[in-house]
Ligand binder design. Structure first.
Ligand SMILES: C[S@@+](CC[C@H](N)C(=O)[O-])C[C@H]1O[C@@H](n2cnc3c(N)ncnc32)[C@H](O)[C@@H]1O
Length: 314
């Protein structure tokens, strides 16, 4: 079993490899050490089980478990589930989504970090199949109430059940910890009741992510540093995304092309990557450097266009 067969990096267009199209899809958000994910994959050999985690350490732990149990039906994605669930999964494509003991971020100033904040209910309503279920386990009563209110208010979701101290077949690492401390465990189940869709922020293809400056302008590191580096910008994406970008530093690559370190954010989802400035006889190209390609969000497009504009205005 190869690492690359289990840990998937979606394409810049947020596409996942097409495989077993008829298999049911299950997702676990924030799988931690991977206990529950492995249990799920063993119980549902008919399904493809996707785990989404921000922590690289957790990803490696889960990969070891998946290899140990020789599970062919697990796929791991690294990143923020709020972005990846919406952008990588099609409408009506997921049977069930599990999230056990997410950090509730109790301070009000951290509320935006909660997985269930802002657009999450729309994403769930979009990717779940009608009749599909989102299952949440939490040790915080106030958080369970908040999620019940937010998700329950969505017109395509209904809270199908809420249980206190229900015992699932497998307890997760955090569940065991909270049980030992004598805490109550809240289980919430939301069912999708009607078709729903949300706009995706990733649009277009990698082939059109460049700006041609024609005729070619001679670009030097000095010019890049004078016109682009240190500049920032902001704009609204087509679907109202709050997009920001900043140019962090120009470098000359060994092959003579120029690179600009760029940081972008779309409604709080951050990415870092390099823009590449290439001089050709007929034009100068501003494009994405291929070593680490970002997802094609509005801010990435804005940044490419802005860098090209600034270079042309020299
Ligand atoms: C408290 S742990 C719970 C782990 C596991 N589910 C359990 O019950 O033992 C929360 C997990 O969610 C992950 N996480 C936090 N925010 C996330 C996000 N936005 N997307 C994906 N994973 C996230 C963290 O890295 C962490 O592993």
């Amino acid at each position: 079993m190869n690492r690359g067969d289990v840990i998937l990096r979606p394409s810049p267009e947020c596409r996942l490899p097409i495989e077993r199209p008829d298999a049911p899809r299950l997702i676990e958000i924030g799988f931690g050490n991977g206990d529950f994910l492995v249990h799920l994959a063993q119980k549902r050999p008919d399904a493809l089980v996707y785990g989404i985690e921000v922590s690289h350490t957790c990803l490696e732990k889960a990969l070891s478990r998946v290899k140990l149990h020789e599970l062919e039906n697990v796929r791991l994605l690294c990143g923020d589930a709020r972005f990846l669930v919406r952008e990588c999964f099609a409408d009506n494509s997921v049977e069930r989504i599990y999230m056990s003991f997410p950090c509730p971020w109790p301070k009000e100033r951290h509320a935006r970090r909660r997985v269930t904040s802002e657009g999450f209910s729309g994403s769930l309503a979009s990717v779940l199949q009608v009749g599909g279920v989102f299952e949440l386990a939490t040790d915080e009563g106030w958080y369970a109430d908040e999620v019940a209110e937010i998700l329950g208010a969505h017109e395509a979701l209904r809270m199908a059940d809420r249980k206190l101290n229900h015992r699932r077949e497998l307890t997760t690492k955090y569940e065991r910890k909270w049980l030992e401390m004598g805490k109550d465990i809240h289980h919430l189940y939301f069912e999708k009741t009607a078709l729903w869709s949300v706009p995706r922020m990733v649009e277009g293809s990698i082939d059109d992510m460049h700006v041609r400056i024609s005729p070619a302008i001679p670009v030097s590191l000095e010019l890049l540093n004078e016109t682009v580096t240190g500049q920032t910008g902001c704009a609204r994406g087509r679907h109202g995304e709050d997009s920001h970008w900043a140019f962090r530093g120009g470098f000359a690559a060994t092959d003579g092309t120029l690179l600009e370190e760029t940081i972008c954010s779309d409604s709080g989802y951050e990415q870092k990557f390099y823009l590449k400035i290439v001089e050709r006889p007929e034009c100068t190209l501003v494009k994405l450097d291929g070593v680490f390609l970002p997802y094609l969000t509005p801010s990435v497009r804005f940044a490419i266009e802005d860098a090209a504009r600034r270079l042309q205005k020299r």
